[in-house]
Design a protein around this ligand. Structure first.
Ligand code: SF4
Ligand code: SF4
Length: 337
C-alpha cells in the first residue's frame, strides 16, 4: 500500500490552498517531541543529552494539541525521545486523529508489545506507526548500541500488522553503511515484512551525538544512494518520499533547504530553525516564522548545514518544486500510484 489516495488528495488540496492564499511560509509536517527521554542510547542520537530535569518532563496533551492546531500542518510526526514512554501518547494520537491530522508515531519498538495493554491505539487511515530500523540485525543493533533490538522491532512490526495498523519504517544511514547493507535492509522491509512505506535519511551530524566520526558528507551520500537506487530498486521500493527528493539524494538534482516546511515543537517550544539545529526557541509558531532569518540557513550559508541532506530540510523544497511543475506533479503521481 502506497500513500492512501485520501491522504495524497488531502495534502494536495492543502498545498493548493496555501498557494492560492499566497502564503509564503506554511508547514507540511510538524515534528512533535512531547518528551526527550528514551529507553535506548543510540550512538548517533542528538536528542537524549538533555539534563535529567528535562528528560523527566512529559508534555501535557493540551499543549501538544494546541501547538499542532496553531501551526495548522496536515501531518504530524511524533518523535522524541521514545514517544511510548509518554503515559498519554495514545490520547495525543487520538486527539490528533479526531482533528483529521495524519499521524506518524515514531518508535524504536521496544515497548510496543511489552506495554501494549497500557495504551488504546486503534487502526485508522490517519494513523501509522513509524518503526526505527537502520539495518539488518547486526547493523541495527550496533546502531542502537543494544543487542536484540532488531529482533524485537521485527516482532513489533508483525504484531502491529496483525492488528491491522499501517506500519512504516524510518532508516538513518551513516558512512559505515555500504550500498549493499542499505539494499539488504530495504529489500527486507519492502519484500519480506511488507511494510506500507519506508522513509530514509542520511544522518545529520548532531554536535551532541556521541559518535562524530560516522556522519556522511554530501558527496558520500550521493555516491551511496546512486548505487543503492540502481537496478530498478528505487522504483520497486515503497519509499515515502517525493521523486525529486530521491533525485536529490542520489545527486541528480540539487536545491536549497526549506527549513520552515517541517517545523519542530518540543518541551522547549518551537525550535529554530529546524528539527536538527537549535538556535533558540519561540513560544508560538507565528513568532518562529516571523522572527527567524530563514535565508541564513542551508548548505553554503551556515557551516552546520554543510553536510545536511536530511528530509526535514530538503523534502519540503522537493514537494514545493513538484507543486510548481506539471511534469513533476504527474511524475510524482505515477511513482506513488
Ligand atoms: S531511539 Fe531515537 S531517541 Fe532513542 S536514543 Fe535512539 S535515536 Fe535517540
Ligand atoms: S540544512 Fe536545513 S534542515 Fe539541514 S540543518 Fe540546516 S537548516 Fe536544518
Amino acid at each position: 500500500m502506497a500513500i492512501p489516495l485520501r491522504q495524497s488528495t488531502r495534502i494536495g488540496t492543502y498545498l493548493l490552498t496555501q498557494k492560492v492564499r499566497r502564503r509564503k511560509h506554511f508547514p507540511l509536517i510538524v515534528e512533535l517531541e512531547p518528551l526527550f527521554a528514551c529507553n535506548l542510547k543510540c550512538n548517533g542520537c542528538g536528542k537524549i543529552q538533555q539534563p535529567i530535569s528535562v528528560l523527566q518532563q512529559r508534555m501535557p496533551v493540551a499543549q501538544a494539541i494546541a501547538a499542532v492546531e496553531e501551526c495548522g500542518a496536515p501531518m504530524v510526526s511524533i518523535a522524541g525521545g521514545e514517544p511510548l514512554l509518554h503515559p498519554q501518547i495514545d490520547v495525543i494520537v487520538r486527539e490528533l486523529i479526531a482533528r483529521k491530522k495524519y499521524v506518524y508515531l515514531c518508535t524504536n519498538a521496544m515497548l510496543v508489545r511489552k506495554w501494549w495493554d497500557k495504551y488504546e491505539f486503534r487502526p485508522s487511515t490517519y494513523f501509522s506507526f513509524a518503526i526505527h530500523i537502520d539495518g539488518l540485525q547486526e547493523r541495527h543493533d550496533a546502531s542502537v548500541a543494544q543487542d536484540g533490538v532488531f529482533d524485537e522491532a521485527v516482532e513489533a512490526i508483525k504484531f502491529l500488522q496483525g492488528k491491522g495498523f499501517r506500519v512504516t519504517t524510518n532508516s538513518t544511514f551513516f558512512n559505515t553503511d555500504t550500498p549493499q547493507t542499505i539494499i539488504d535492509v530495504l529489500n527486507f522491509l519492502n519484500d519480506d515484512l511488507g511494510v506500507d512505506q519506508m522513509m530514509i535519511s542520511p544522518a545529520y551530524a548532531y554536535e551532541k551525538a556521541p559518535d562524530q566520526e560516522h556522519f556522511l558528507g554530501v558527496q558520500e551520500t550521493r555516491e551511496l544512494f546512486s548505487h543503492v537506487f540502481a537496478d530498478g530498486n528505487r522504483k520497486r521500493w515503497r519509499l515515502n518520499h517525493s521523486p525529486l527528493f530521491l533525485d536529490f539524494l542520489e545527486g541528480k538534482r540539487d536545491f536549497g533547504c526549506t527549513a520552515w516546511g517541517i517545523p519542530s515543537y518540543s518541551l522547549h517550544g518551537w525550535q529554530r530553525p529546524c528539527y536538527l539545529m537549535a538556535d533558540g526557541y519561540t513560544e508560538t509558531y507565528k513568532e518562529l516564522i516571523e522572527t527567524t532569518d530563514w535565508d541564513a540557513y542551508g548548505r553554503g550559508k551556515d557551516e552546520r548545514c554543510n553536510n545536511c541532506m536530511a528530509h526535514c530540510g530538503y523534502e519540503p523544497t522537493a514537494v514545493l518544486a513538484t507543486m510548481g511543475s506539471l511534469k513533476e506533479g504527474l511524475r510524482a503521481m505515477r511513482e506513488h500510484g
